[in-house]
Design a protein around this ligand. Sequence first.
Ligand SMILES: [Zn+2]
Length: 294
Amino acid sequence: MLNDAHCHFFSTKFFSTLSQQRGKSDSVPALCKELGWDDPGEPDALADRWVKELDAHQVARAALIASVPSDEPSVGAAVAKHPTRFVGYFMVNPNSADALARTHAAVYAQRLRCLCLFPAMHHTALDDERVRKVIDAAVGGDARVFVHCGQLTVGVRKALGLPSAFDLRLGDPLEVARLANAYPSVPFIVPHFGAGFLREALIAADMCPNIYLDTSSSNRWIRFVPGLTLDEVFRAALSVVGPERILFGTDSSYFPRGWQQNIYQEQKAALDRIGVAAADQDMIFGGTFNRLFS
Ligand SMILES: [Zn+2]
């Protein structure tokens, strides 16, 4: 049983939003050509492509993240078409005037299951009242909350020459702990083991039993800690939160690259090297996800 808790749904709307931000009027096909990526087409077609890709790698279910605010309908269409395969996540900027309306629509109309906050990207502190309001709206519809912390690099922005002036101070797992305490029945997911704030993520998760860690991406933040290895990251995470609060993810996003099997292989090899039992690996690679998103 393999479930991927972290994939991005790079839809036509996603690329057209980046094109607008760049201030050139490139069409989506032209933008994708520039990137050397496939034009995603309509959300239905992209959803079908993802299902084929998951089938090819024997992945049962995947989280799909609407990766710019206002792209919830694209992921909603994918989830509606393949409800047993996809779980919809959606990004909201709590600063925007339509944040609450969009959150309501995402959870009640599009049936998305997880609110994604990027405090560093949206320059909004997690203790800001507007963040509380968005979380209230999301959890009213039984959504979970994902909070990106630590290092934040968005490869596609870099490739397109878009600025990434993120306020990294705002993505602190200790701030997530404050929220997790305030909403004890709501699962909070911190991706990439805290993306450089491993220690803080573990301190936060140790205090809050409703904080989960996702393992996604190549975890290149490891190079910020001299001598650290993926094996030791897993060992520490397992000793603090156990397999029941670790969610495997890849951070896959675009085609033709597709699902990043190499990430799975690296993580599987690390867990094998440190001797993690099969039942615990099953929990990390799929069980935790199914418990969170039944
Ligand atoms: Zn990601």
